[in-house]
Design a protein around this ligand. Structure first.
Ligand SMILES: [Zn+2]
Length: 279
């Protein structure tokens, strides 16, 4: 059985990562708990209202991987970006807001791994940051032990839609040009059994960091990497095609921002193109 990771993201929200042990299993999300008005709100915010559920805390878990409060959904209503340039299903996309950078030089983004994680998560984080930094972007990641622009915390995130949630990232950059505030890696047994190597931790951390700095799923139009045909929706955060990135599934499959990843933490050449174009 091939394990797949579902990853998603959307501004201010949360992107989560899932594993499913069987791609062909079409488990449905139990979203019947949403009222009609809640479904309407989800739809108005630009998401797929048929794939949303309410959490015990009263937030909305959308497409299995975006966690939004009602206030966040309210903010997204009617914010549709005029820049949604959707040309094909398999390209790299960014949100309308990205991290602001200086005209010259680079901006440092600090990242902190919370306590309680196994040591290979720490190794994975170092690997992920190094791969970003090796691209010589206008943003540089720096690991810190206190504070941090992006904070990685741990919590049992359980499951959604038949998949094990690996993580939920706090979405996308803010309108003021700051990265999202961080993400959660699940401490559930199913999550930790998947994230059992530094490379796996690297893979998921790098993906969530991608959301934090404004990248959407390469296959947000259909989540084809997950064997699905579900459009995540353009949402108020925008889905702006990044010039120079591939338009074919084969050209994109190894993207670090595919909704379901392939188990490799590496950046593809087009990932480098996308990162360099935006930063
Ligand atoms: Zn994702």
């Amino acid at each position: 059985m091939k394990k797949t990771i579902y990853v998603t993201g959307i501004a201010v929200l949360v992107a989560a990562v899932f594993i499913n042990c069987n791609k062909s299993a079409k488990d449905t999300v139990d979203t019947s708990l949403l009222t009609d008005s809640e479904k309407s709100l989800v739809k108005s915010a630009g998401f797929n209202s048929n794939w949303a559920e309410k959490t015990a805390e009263g937030n909305y878990l959308i497409e299995g991987d975006i966690l939004l409060s009602k206030a966040q959904l309210d903010e997204l209503v009617g914010v549709g970006s005029p820049n949604e340039l959707i040309i094909a299903n398999e390209e790299h996309y960014r949100t309308t807001n990205v991290v602001s950078t200086p005209g010259s030089g680079f901006r440092t983004i600090t990242v902190r791994l919370g306590s309680g994680f196994p040591s290979h998560y720490s190794t994975g984080l170092d690997q992920a940051l190094a791969r970003y930094n090796n691209l010589n972007l206008k943003i540089r990641f720096q690991r810190v032990t206190s504070g941090g622009n992006i904070v990685i915390s741990g919590r049992n995130l359980g499951t959604s839609g038949g998949g094990c949630i690996l993580g939920q990232a706090a979405g996308f950059p803010t309108s003021s040009g700051n990265p999202s505030s961080g993400f959660t890696l699940s401490t559930s047994s199913c999550a930790t059994s998947y994230l059992n190597t530094a490379n796996r931790a690297d893979e998921v951390i790098a993906h969530e960091l991608g959301h934090c700095i404004g990248f959407r799923h390469t296959d947000f139009m259909n989540r084809s990497s997950c064997g699905q045909n579900v459009n995540e929706g353009s949402s108020g955060v925008g889905a702006i095609h990044i010039p120079g990135t591939p338009t074919t599934v084969s050209g994109s499959y190894n993207s670090w921002m595919m909704a379901c990843t392939n188990g490799s933490p590496a950046f593809s050449s087009s990932d480098g193109t996308a990162l360099n174009y935006v930063y």
